[in-house]
Design a protein around this ligand. Structure first.
Ligand code: KG4
Ligand code: ZN
Length: 337
């Protein structure tokens, strides 16, 4: 079965073609970073308009890359939420119109399910059940995954998402949007011994997170210690160490509490090298295995949507006649496959 995937929930337009027998045939991505950079964050209306401009050219690119005719497509999957409503509606409208014109089914996919299943595109793919750590710009979730659609949220953030905390702290260190990767680069030259930030909510039971205090901690530290280049790098390092440590502590706890031995890490912050190394060390000590998507599929992309859509369409799921998107949508509401 050949499934086209369209991702447009935020500031990246992604298109991909996944074949259930042959795997991923092609994928293309357009990032809107340059478009939003002057504003210091995503401007929703600009995002929607840019998805309109880029979706069809990216589709052409993917079809050419895969040497496939549109008529061969069996189904179209698109991100139906969570995300920015205008951006979601663009992807949904294009996907539904295309599906209608080709006479094939369409299916709205949950963006976080896409992230969670992205490591399935790699070899070896993780077997069920596993724990998923989903760390993106909008979410920080620990999920027990027993099968596709059998998700139990074990931990969530009470305030900022991990990526959001990276971006906000990066901004106050004078870095451009989106600051996560830049903060990580700055941290590489920082002294790990100069400042120590708290590891929020790790000294009490449970698997929830809270990251907004770290940004305030970074702010007060920079007010007290100055903002010369080395101090900024030292603050970035202390911040990154605190986030990484906190995530590792909670992942270890989730593995211990559930008795599971496989951990999947996905979402933009999953691209962070310090986090990857620390999770790998923890997993080694606990005889557990960690699975990641390839780096380019940690952040938003069309491949994860095509894959998640293919799993569900193959099981007979498809949209009704109405076109609707869900800016807010819990993973636990998804039907099982
Ligand atoms: O999954 P994603 O592409 O979009 C959402 O669904 O939110 O994640 C984007 C987030 C941003 O907050 C970005 O700063 C963060 O992931 N990010 C990173 C790194 N690469 C991306 N944060 C820390 N270190 C990185 N290397
Ligand atoms: Zn995402």
């Amino acid at each position: 079965m050949l499934v086209l995937g369209i991702e447009s929930s935020c500031d990246e337009t992604g298109v991909a073609l996944f074949d259930s027998r042959r795997g991923l045939l092609g994928h293309a991505l357009h990032s809107q970073i340059a478009l939003h950079a002057d504003y210091g964050g995503v401007v929703p209306e600009l995002a929607s308009r840019d998805h309109v401009r880029k979706a069809l050219p990216l589709l052409e690119q993917v079809m050419a890359q895969s040497a496939t005719e549109r008529g061969a497509i069996d189904a179209i999957a698109y991100t139906a939420g969570p995300g920015l409503i205008g951006a979601l509606l663009v992807g949904a409208s294009i996907a539904r119109s295309l599906a209608w014109s080709l006479g094939v089914p369409a299916l709205g996919v949950h963006h976080m399910e896409g992230h969670l299943l992205a490591p399935m595109l790699e070899t070896p793919a993780p077997a069920f059940p596993f724990i998923a750590l989903l760390v993106s710009g909008g979410h920080t979730l620990l999920v027990r995954v027993d099968a596709i659609g059998a998700y139990r949220i074990l931990g969530d953030t009470l305030d900022d998402a991990a990526g959001e905390a990276f971006d906000k702290t990066a901004k106050l260190l004078g870095l451009d949007y989106p600051g996560g990767p830049q903060l990580a680069r700055l941290a590489a030259g920082g002294d790990p011994a100069r400042f120590r930030f708290p590891r929020p909510m790790t000294n009490r039971p449970g698997l929830d997170f809270s990251f907004s205090g770290l940004k305030t901690f970074a702010l007060t530290t920079s007010q007290e210690a100055g903002d010369d280049a080395q101090t900024r790098a030292d603050i970035a390092r202390a911040f990154e160490d605190a986030v990484v440590d906190t995530l590792v502590i909670k992942c270890r706890r989730a593995l211990e509490q559930t008795g599971l031995s496989r951990l999947v890490v996905a979402g933009g912050v999953g691209a962070n090298r310090a986090l990857r190394e620390a999770l790998q060390d923890m997993a080694c000590q606990h005889s557990a295995e960690v699975f990641y998507p390839r780096l380019e599929f940690c952040t938003d992309n069309g491949a994860m949507i095509a894959y998640a859509g293919a799993c569900r369409v193959q099981a007979g799921q498809r949209d009704g006649l109405e076109v609707s998107v869900r800016p807010r949508w819990s993973l636990e509401e998804l039907p099982a496959v």
